[in-house]
Design a protein around this ligand. Structure first.
Ligand code: DAH
Length: 385
């Protein structure tokens, strides 16, 4: 073989026969020419050393060791070389390919290690950074209302009081002037705790917190007490055996119905917007006089009354919404707690919180309050996602 690029070059024949892409860009070398072989080896080693990524190495591998590389083509010539020279050619080309392959393997190892190192550095997680604060749940609308009510009263200097959910009969009834023959003491309303003879019940209202507070702190006092109450009620769209109330108690010198009205107006406006309240005479054993308090409909403001063409869902076209009970604390209650009724008087009120949320946030089924579906909470809080 004298020259690399003759037409009857066996390497080219083989490539064409194999149906592979003709190695047009590869200049043919002679498998018998150490200089030509070395030149290709040098070229390959330089390309290997210059490659700095796995992708670059892949293309170097294809160019310098692939089926169409100069060395591979030279290797294929060997079979057609006269037997006397074949061994030398085989040795020359084999050694050359071996060197290239080895250099390639080494470089692949180096580059892969460098790339891994770079990835580890780039993807390092700083475990001391603050965690992304993805909201997972939603505040229950009752909790949100309790927070809101608490803010309204603490802003006026009132305190938040708590009492036990399991009460003795004396706190739940007697001290609140509910006599032994009062219908609220009947078994169908009150959930008594076994053994019934112990006189323990689940509190039927938040009113006993009035008693705990007066006994502990005396007068003057201004507290609200939001919390759970329990009654042997049905479980349906408008009743739950466990529901929530907020109790209010203000005892001081010279407290009158006017203070009660002013306080409830302010409370109602903080919760419902631009509304007034009205009192309807009523009876509660623990207040005298007593009233039921209605809040003006915050949707129609009374416009739907007597206007069948524009009914109001919120107040059922009555203009007013029943909200709770209230009154001037019965002196018998103050006396039961050792408060001097010659010096002090007070007012008290109690509202259903679940009912307040229902009216205010347009919820139609109380059962949704206890089912724990956060979509309900989110929709009522106005932050549906
Ligand atoms: N305890 C009453 C109830 O459960 C609500 C109530 C009415 C509370 C009048 C009061 C009040 O403090 O003065 O229906």
């Amino acid at each position: 073989m004298s020259g690399p690029n003759t037409n009857d070059d066996p390497g080219q024949h083989i490539a064409a026969q194999a149906g592979a892409e003709p190695a047009t860009t590869v200049s043919q070398i002679s498998a018998l020419d150490p200089e030509q072989v070395q030149a290709r080896v040098d070229e390959a080693l330089a390309a290997i050393a210059a490659a700095s990524t796995t992708a670059e190495l892949k293309s170097v591998r294809i160019t310098h060791t692939g089926d169409h590389s100069a060395l591979a083509l030279a290797n294929r010539q060997i079979g057609s070389i006269p037997a006397a020279q074949r061994k030398a050619a085989g040795k020359l080309v084999g050694a050359a390919r071996g060197r290239v392959r080895q250099a390639l393997q080494e470089r692949i190892g180096e580059v892969a290690a460098a790339e891994l190192e770079a990835t580890l550095v780039a993807e390092t997680v700083d475990v001391t950074l603050p965690v992304a604060d993805h909201p997972q749940g939603a505040m229950h609308p009752l909790t949100a209302l309790i927070d809101m009510v608490s803010d309204v009263f603490t802003a006026m200097g009132w305190e938040i009081a708590e009492g036990p959910e399991c009460e003795s009969e004396w706190f739940n009834f007697d001290a609140l002037n509910l006599g032994t023959d009062h219908p609220a003491r009947a078994l169908q309303d009150t959930l008594w705790v076994d053994p019934v003879s112990d006189g323990k019940c689940l509190r039927t209202a938040t009113s006993p917190v009035q008693i705990h507070t007066l006994l502990a702190h005396g007068a003057p006092v201004r507290i609200i007490s939001p919390g759970k109450v329990f009654r042997a009620d049905e479980y349906d769209a408008t009743h739950l055996p466990v529901f929530h109330q907020v109790e209010g108690l203000c005892v001081d010198k010279g407290i009158s119905m006017a203070h009660l009205k002013g306080t409830l107006d302010h409370f109602a406006q903080s919760i419902f917007g631009d509304v007034t309240t009205r009192f309807r005479p009523h009876y509660f054993p623990f207040t005298e006089p007593s009233a039921e308090v209605d809040v003006e409909c915050f949707v129609c403001h009374g416009a739907s009354v007597g206007d069948p063409a524009h009914p109001c869902r919120t107040c059922r076209s009555e203009g007013w919404i029943e909200w709770g009970g209230c009154g001037i604390v019965n002196p018998r209650v103050l006396a039961a707690c050792g408060v001097d009724t010659e010096v002090y008087s007070g007012f008290a009120f109690g509202m259903g919180l679940d009912r307040t949320v229902m009216v205010r946030n347009n919820a139609s089924d109380l059962r949704e309050f206890v089912e724990g579906d956060i979509r309900f909470s989110r929709s009522l809080l106005g932050e549906a996602r």
